[in-house]
Design a protein around this ligand. Structure first.
Ligand SMILES: Cc1cc2nc3c(=O)[nH]c(=O)nc-3n(C[C@H](O)[C@H](O)[C@H](O)COP(=O)(O)OP(=O)(O)OC[C@H]3O[C@@H](n4cnc5c(N)ncnc54)[C@H](O)[C@@H]3O)c2cc1C
Length: 436
């Protein structure tokens, strides 16, 4: 055991934790004086993977592959294996992740505990839909094997269970066959939300993956309610040999102030929109830059300076998705805050399997905000009111501040979840939204 200051991806604060590295899946959990929490690769933005003053069980040492059947695509591995490591093994054999978030540097355990989604929610649902089974270690030493057809109530609590039902030790995943490492797709500019929704619905009938970049500053005074670029693609059936792996660059230091400000943002967004609008049309791209554009710049989260940043991500039910998205954008523009990283995408009809899964049929909006203290938090309160009024919810993987009332309104099955909580586990988020 060591003591370390651990930060989430948003780098808002670094809190002291007792830290144990787990390496043996057959071993009991190390004794902890205070409640513990499993911690994957720390890619959650807020406080879902933090347990200040308590213990973190670091799972990256649980990094073994157990089996892989190249005929069926069924993979069994320990929960600290990164999606990146799965891709390296499976892709050359014609298999890929059926669902992947926008970074491949997350663990299997972290992907299950947040029931992460990708750009193909309309076709494939979320990560939990592709988990065939998992084994869970409770702090009292009990081991629970569960899956969609085995103790399904435990499975539903653990998929999207925010690390609070036990430590996931291993998982069995169904991978997806692909015929090449290339994506065939297109990009299309849109100049209003109505156009975005129409283009997105049409793209979902043609393509496996659909996502949009949104210019969160432009529309003020222009009469438009939004503009952006819609990217859609499917796995290509053939393509040239894979390119040599690109060398990742790293942000070398944390600048003294955020590099994202109103002026740089307006200029950058303007240039980005026009560059992509001019190049709209069919495109072929290797799958790594398509799925993981941010992974080529390691530690990009340092560009927001020493104060760090927030991501605000909500899901809005279908009924009010367009009106509520317009209201959110209006409030963001009025505040003069926001950043280049703004994403708009629709979710399909498949609800998550987890009691606390985030995706719901409708639309998700995600934006990064440099931390400006009280004014940023005041903006989030205004956004919360819009999301709540629309019957939506916030994504715990990105959150570090939503109130208990906001969480309870967004996640009506939270009371069912409590029966599965492990009393030996706690997090900063669980104390904020569950009180313990
Ligand atoms: C650049 C970037 C892009 C992203 N894009 C997306 C996206 O498109 N879609 C999306 O859904 N998310 C996205 N995310 C969020 C990310 O996918 C999730 O936060 C993910 O859960 C992080 O996994 P991790 O291994 O880093 O886990 P951590 O962040 O360390 O932990 C996350 C949660 O999992 C729990 N946990 C971790 N390991 C275990 C275990 N073995 N057993 C039980 N619980 C465990 C922790 O307690 C915590 O509650 C993105 C994040 C980044 C940085």
């Amino acid at each position: 055991m060591t003591t370390a200051r651990v930060q989430a991806w948003g780098r808002l604060e670094a809190a002291e934790h007792a830290v144990h590295r787990l390496t043996e899946r057959s071993a009991p959990l190390p004794a902890a004086a205070r409640p513990g929490l499993p911690h994957g690769n720390g890619r959650s933005y807020g406080d879902v993977a933090l347990n200040p003053g308590g213990t973190l069980w670091m799972t990256r040492g649980l990094d073994r592959f157990i089996s892989f059947d190249a005929a069926t695509g069924v993979l069994a591995c320990e929960a600290g294996v990164l999606l990146d490591e799965i891709i390296r093994v499976a892709l050359p054999q014609g298999w890929f992740l059926p669902v992947t978030p926008g970074t491949r540097f997350v663990t299997v355990g972290g992907a299950i505990a947040n029931d992460v989604h990708g750009k193909n929610h309309h076709g494939q649902g979320s990560f939990g839909h592709h988990v065939l089974g998992l084994s869970l270690l409770r702090t009292d030493g009990e081991r629970i094997d569960c899956g969609p057809g085995l103790r399904p109530a435990w499975f539903a609590a653990t998929v999207g269970g925010l690390g609070l039902t036990g430590v996931i030790l291993t998982a069995q995943l169904q991978l997806m066959p692909v015929r090449s490492e290339w994506m065939q797709g297109e990009s299309q500019p849109f100049r209003s939300l109505a156009e975005f929704f129409a283009l997105s619905a049409a793209a979902e009938t043609r393509h496996d993956y659909v996502v949009s970049w949104l210019d969160c500053v432009h529309a003020s005074g222009s009469g438009q309610d939004a503009r952006g670029i819609l990217f859609s693609a499917s796995h290509a059936t053939e393509g040239p040999p894979p390119p040599p792996p690109a060398r990742a660059r790293r942000v070398p230091l944390t600048p003294p102030v955020s590099l994202i400000n109103g002026l740089s943002l307006r200029a950058f967004n303007q240039a980005y929109f026009h560059r992509h609008a001019a190049r709209a049309g069919a495109q072929r791209q290797h799958l790594l830059p398509f799925f993981y554009p941010l992974d080529s710049l390691l530690e990009w989260n340092r560009i927001y300076g020493p104060r760090g940043f927030h991501q605000y991500q909500c899901a809005l039910p279908r009924r009010d998705e367009q009106a509520a998205t317009a209201e959110l954008l209006k409030a963001i523009r009025a505040s003069g805050q926001g950043s280049f990283l703004a994403v708009l995408k629709t979710f399909g009809e498949r609800e998550g399997l987890g009691l606390l899964s985030f995706p719901l049929p409708g639309t998700t909006v995600a934006l990064d905000f440099p931390d400006h203290g009280a004014s940023t938090l005041a903006l989030f309160d205004r956004l919360d009111a819009i999301v709540r009024e629309a019957g939506g919810r916030l994504y715990p993987a990105k959150d570090g501040r939503q109130s208990r009332a906001m969480f309870e309104a967004g996640y009506p099955r939270h009371t069912d979840f409590l029966a599965f909580r492990d009393p030996g586990l706690s997090s900063a988020m669980s104390r904020r939204i569950f009180g313990h």
